[in-house]
Design a protein around this ligand. Structure first.
Ligand code: ATP
Ligand code: MG
Length: 295
């Protein structure tokens, strides 16, 4: 059976300088087959179970917060990965926020504003389905979006993207120093597999609702998007906020890797249920005595 290290080290980026997206294979499964005896389903089931145990401790201990960021091209499987990986956790301890095109209110603020409002509390897991990274991805690919943002023109210079990367690095370092554990996932789907999934959305009636013509136009910018993703990962991968470039052509494999990465992050925290001290134990004994007298 593959270990957590086997599953994660090929896909983890903590130092962007050496990262090249071209070297990553969207179809990689580390030699696993979806039906390979029971190994693949077993790995996912194990991950989900462990995650559920750890989340209970995270919540009870109420010290660390966990922020999981998901970025990807359309149809890479963000939604279904989140759904499957989180299927065992207590919904009270998790909040998922999907960031779409910004509203007028959101555009009236700095680019991190809408995301910082949804950061997880201590004891909670916050999931960003898209995030402030869109500000160096879609906005970079479509400069007209930037023009519609209300940034004072004097501040829009050649250095803008570098400044955004700097700000993202700074905010992630700040969060990490304050007890938010950050893990970032780029679900790496190939252009060919995306086409297949779009066609399925057209051909299968129950998938029709997921189809958006705009997504087909967007894929014409594939190369630019890959360039922007590579840059974003190179500029913002750090030890305390690593990226995982997760192969996404096989959905079952994506889920195994993401579950393993979240489990690993929680395992590193040494999460313990709060200890009960002598005074609290005395209180519990007194409460028991009271309940017994009350009958
Ligand atoms: P799905 O299509 O699976 O429902 P999605 O995450 O693609 O999920 P959409 O409703 O398609 O959701 O909307 C997201 C769109 O909003 C994406 O195209 C994304 O690039 C865009 N978007 C997100 N943040 C910003 C931003 N800050 N500025 C401009 N566009 C953004
Ligand atoms: Mg979409």
């Amino acid at each position: 059976m593959l270990s957590t290290t086997d599953l994660l080290s090929p896909f983890r980026v903590t130092d962007g300088a050496k990262f090249r997206l071209k070297q990553m294979d969207a179809g990689d499964t580390l030699g696993l087959e979806s039906d390979s005896k029971d190994e693949a389903p077993e790995l996912l089931a194990q991950g989900i179970k462990r995650l559920s145990e750890l989340q209970e401790r995270l919540y009870a201990q109420d010290r660390w917060a966990v922020l999981l960021i998901f970025q990807a091209m359309d149809a890479a499987g963000k939604d279904s990965t989140i759904k499957h990986v989180m299927s065992g956790v207590n919904p009270q301890g998790v909040e998922v926020t999907a960031f779409k095109q910004p509203s007028p209110e959101e555009l009236d603020h700095d680019f991190l504003w809408r995301c910082t409002r949804r950061l997880p509390e201590r004891g909670r897991i916050g999931i960003f389905n898209r995030s402030y990274y869109e500000e160096v991805l879609v906005v970079r690919v479509h400069p007209e979006i930037l023009a519609a943002q209300k940034v004072p023109p004097e501040l829009v210079t050649k250095r803008l993207w570098d400044e955004r990367f700097q700000d993202i690095r700074a905010v992630e370092r700040y969060l990490a120093r304050n007890g938010t554990v950050i893990r970032k996932f780029f679900l790496h789907v190939s252009k060919k597999e995306q086409r297949k999934r779009f066609l399925a959305r057209i051909d299968e009636p129950e998938k029709n609702w997921k189809f958006a013509l705009a997504d087909v136009h967007e894929r014409q910018h594939w190369k630019d998007y890959m360039g922007a993703y590579e840059d974003a990962i190179r500029e913002t991968a750090t030890k305390h906020a690593p990226w995982f470039v997760v192969p996404a052509d096989k959905k079952w494999f994506t889920r195994i890797v993401v579950a393993a990465a979240v489990v690993e992050a929680l395992e590193e925290l040494d999460l313990q249920f709060p200890k009960v001290d002598a005074r609290q134990r005395a209180e519990l004994r007194a409460a028991r005595a009271l309940l017994e007298r009350q009958g």
